[in-house]
Design a protein around this ligand. Structure first.
Ligand SMILES: C[S@@+](CC[C@H](N)C(=O)[O-])C[C@H]1O[C@@H](n2cnc3c(N)ncnc32)[C@H](O)[C@@H]1O
Length: 259
């Protein structure tokens, strides 16, 4: 079988990714995704053992949406905004305080969207949020999560929009936002705030974000009011630049730069 490498779609090592679907209702969506990512498509029940052994990830449509499954570990993740603990969504959230929700409802550019949890939390608290995600695989999961959630939470989901691409290039082309929020992946595994399973899959898929300093500089130039950077509690500030304010929690710290 000729295997299409993910090299063209992800920056990490030479990973093999295949798109699949378990039921006919998802077939069209799976076909569209496979075409847009330039990946092979296989109906799940016809995936042979040798194909499965030769791939790293499956992008699998099931009747409850799109999943990213890592073959070696059997772990799978999907964007599920229902799994976010809604009772914790208050202006007292450190993230909400860090972006300045106390004194208004700033427009936010989340330049490292990932699984969209932070973006969703801010949208649920009344902000309009533009997300940027550079990984086409993660962006596909995000789009699927947004689409499913649109049925139950129209107002929140309509306050969120997604741009695919590298934020370093996209930020200067977008309208100015009050706040630019950065939550990049770090080289040091111990200092990553993501859930363990997700972190391991992100690492394999994406490696670490190596243009963080550049992204930070672009953000400082383009945010109307502030740049907020999520860091591990003990990590150095980006570019060793002292923030105007810090909010430190158990594991994470938000560095706030007024612009
Ligand atoms: C740690 S995750 C973000 C998690 C996110 N805050 C959440 O709540 O789910 C970092 C994400 O930022 C993305 N990313 C890193 N640098 C980027 C850039 N320059 N442009 C766009 N996306 C970027 C990575 O692909 C990854 O998905």
């Amino acid at each position: 079988m000729s295997m299409i490498s993910s090299k063209s779609i992800e920056s990490a090592s030479d990973l093999q990714i295949v798109v699949s679907y378990t039921d006919q209702d998802s077939r069209l969506q799976a076909e569209q995704l496979a075409v847009s990512l330039g990946l092979e498509l296989h109906e799940f029940q016809y995936l042979t053992e040798s194909t499965i052994k030769s791939i790293d990830f499956l992008l699998l449509y099931k009747n409850d949406g799109l999943w990213l499954k890592e073959i070696a570990s059997g772990s799978q993740i999907q964007v599920d905004f229902n799994s976010i603990n809604k009772s914790r969504l208050s202006k007292k959230l450190q993230l909400a305080k860090a972006i300045g929700l106390k004194s208004g409802r700033p427009s936010v550019l989340d330049a490292t969207a990932g699984m969209g949890r932070d973006a969703y939390s801010l949208a649920a608290l009344g902000c309009s949020v533009t997300m940027i995600e550079q990984s086409k695989v993660i962006a596909a999961l995000l789009k699927d999560g947004l689409k499913r959630q649109h049925q139950s939470e129209i107002a929140i989901i309509e306050a969120m929009s997604l741009q695919e691409g590298n934020a370093v290039e996209l930020i200067p082309t977008l309208q100015v936002h009050d706040v630019i929020y950065l939550d990049p992946m770090f080289e040091d595994r111990a200092k990553q705030a993501l859930p363990k399973k997700e972190m391991q899959m992100f690492r394999k898929l994406l490696g670490h974000d190596d243009k963080v300093d550049e992204l930070f500089e672009v953000a400082l130039k383009h945010a109307a009011k502030r740049v907020v950077v999520k860091r591990h509690r003990t990590a150095k500030p980006l570019l060793d630049k002292k923030p105007h304010a810090e909010l430190t929690g158990k594991q994470t710290r938000f560095d706030i730069y007024l612009t």
